[in-house]
Design a protein. Structure first.
Length: 60
């Protein structure tokens, strides 16, 4: 069985990859740090924030 934390992380990573592919397909010019920021934000920061919020709600 998949834990809640893994489900949140997997969903965020899938959404981040989908967003990156959508942005890449638009042929926009953007700074070269944008993909790294997108993957760090969507794949690391957002899932951590969601899991921390859900953990606090469960503890209360």
């Amino acid at each position: 069985m998949v834990s809640r934390e893994n489900a949140v992380i997997g969903t965020c990573i899938a959404l981040t990859v989908a967003a990156a592919l959508a942005i890449e397909s638009l042929d926009l010019t953007y700074p070269e740090w944008v993909p790294l920021a997108l993957f760090l934000g969507g794949g690391v920061v957002v899932p951590l924030a969601i899991n921390e919020t859900l953990d606090r709600r469960e503890a209360a």
